[in-house]
Design a protein around this ligand. Structure first.
Ligand SMILES: Nc1ncnc2c1ncn2[C@@H]1O[C@H](COP(=O)(O)OP(=O)(O)O)[C@@H](O)[C@H]1O
Ligand SMILES: [Mg+2]
Length: 409
């Protein structure tokens, strides 16, 4: 029922109003003074209050102010003396929704009350909408979060499944190589064919190396920690890696060149990782020459170190590994940096470039690849050279996220 509180110090007015509002279907509460009115208001919480202004003790304006302080959604209509416009304006300022003047006329009063009640109904409706909206949006948010979590879970599972399948495929290739090598050694021994034994043995060894390479690469790929940096001479690392590949290159008629920047500053890097990364790039370059169909070419692999100054990051060290081998088709380029992507059936693992990218990103750098099918490839590594005491901070907080598609034009 619609509850209305009427406050007036004149008992007859209270009685008349009680009567006429009750007959209109309102539940009427009455108070003869401000104190009583506030007491009833606290207990009954009517949505509409009709109060006389002039009363002894707490007057109408104060009743209005105190009620509005308790609940500013309550509609208060003030009853003013005839011609007392100033009080009416003051009451409106304090938040009264309307005013009626004495002597009270039933129809005027009813219009004011109905108008106030419409406002109450509207604001209640609005409140319900808002509450509903909040509830709904909370529900949507929760549903969305749930869907997102499920998606991430599904993606993670799919990605684990994909990795395991590729890994299993890679291990199967290696074990076929190991089996093939053993078979050749056995047959060579049975048939007393030293060539076959030698070939089988080298096949066996090559596949054993692939196992250890795979383990090392997987460990490096899975590692989440910051690089353990020490001051290193990059040119020395390049020279060492090149010397390791010298015989392999010579055996395949490939010339190895190095063009090293003189007086290269010491850089804070993780030696093992950069060594391994360079090993991957040089072995890829040599493989590209070996896989090149154009045997008239004089194959060369060149490793260059340079420095450059970048406006944002300061001094940058550039390492370029260039070959004039088979190059890459667009199809191959689109799969670079994918786990276990290799075109070297029975020999590759397909983690070299991915690990190169991870190592360089962990060092705050970037990797770019430029390649032309039949002409050759250049892999460019950009590393920040700045040597700071607080180098891990400097390198990990530089805010630069290298692009995934690291092809440079
Ligand atoms: N220098 C290069 N020239 C031509 N193709 C390359 C070169 N480097 C990488 N690739 C291509 O990228 C693929 C992935 O390389 P990588 O991740 O090192 O794996 P893997 O060497 O085990 O195949 C190679 O199989 C090859 O097709
Ligand atoms: Mg490789």
């Amino acid at each position: 029922m619609k509850k209305v509180l009427i406050v007036d110090d004149e008992r007859p007015i209270l009685e008349i109003l009680d009567l006429s509002l009750s007959s209109e279907g309102y539940e009427v509460l009455t108070a003869e003074n401000g104190e009583k009115a506030l007491e009833i208001f606290e207990k009954q919480r009517p949505k509409l209050v009709l109060t006389d202004i002039k009363m002894p003790g707490i007057d109408g304006i104060e009743v209005l102010q105190r009620i509005k302080k308790i609940d500013d959604q309550v509609e208060v209509i003030v009853i003013t003396g005839h011609g007392d416009l100033n009080t009416a304006v003051a009451a409106l300022k304090y938040g009264a929704s309307d005013f009626v003047t004495k002597p009270l006329r039933d129809e005027v009063l009813m219009v004011a009350i109905e108008r106030a009640w419409k406002k109450i109904a509207m604001s209640e409706q609005l409140q319900n909408y808002t509450k509903n909206l909040e509830l709904k949006s909370e529900q949507y948010k929760r549903a969305l979060q749930k869907a997102q979590d499920e998606m991430i879970k599904a993606e993670r599972l799919a990605s684990i499944g994909e990795t395991v399948a590729s890994l299993a495929h890679c291990l199967k290739n290696i074990s076929t190589g190991l089996g093939g090598g053993m078979y050749m050694v056995h047959t060579g021994m049975a048939k007393e064919k030293p060539n076959m034994i030698e070939e089988g043995w080298s096949m066996f060894q090559r596949n054993l190396e692939r196992v250890s390479d795979l383990v090392l690469d997987l460990l490096r790929y899975a590692r989440q920690t910051e690089p353990q940096r020490t001051p290193c001479k990059l040119n020395d690392i390049v020279s060492e890696v090149m010397s390791i590949f010298k015989k392999y290159a010579d055996d395949n008629r490939i010339k190895l060149n190095k063009v090293l920047a003189p007086n290269l500053t010491e850089v804070y890097i993780e030696l093992d990782s950069i060594h391994r990364m360079l090993g991957h790039l040089v072995s890829n370059a040599i493989d590209a020459c070996i896989y090149d169909a154009d045997i008239s070419k004089k194959w060369e692999v060149t490793v260059t170190t340079k420095t450059e100054t970048d406006a944002d990051s300061g001094e940058i060290i550039l390492i370029e590994v260039t070959d004039n081998g088979c190059g890459m088709t667009d199809e191959i380029k689109s799969h670079l940096f994918h786990r276990f992507f290799t075109t070297k059936a029975g020999r590759g693992i397909g983690l070299g470039l991915l690990i190169t990218q991870k190592i360089i990103r962990d060092h705050g750098g970037e990797v770019f690849i430029k390649s032309e099918f039949g002409k050759g490839t250049t892999v460019l590594v950009r590393l920040p050279a700045k040597v700071h005491e607080d180098y891990s901070q400097t390198f990990s907080d530089n805010g630069k996220t290298p692009t995934t598609n690291s092809e440079w034009k």
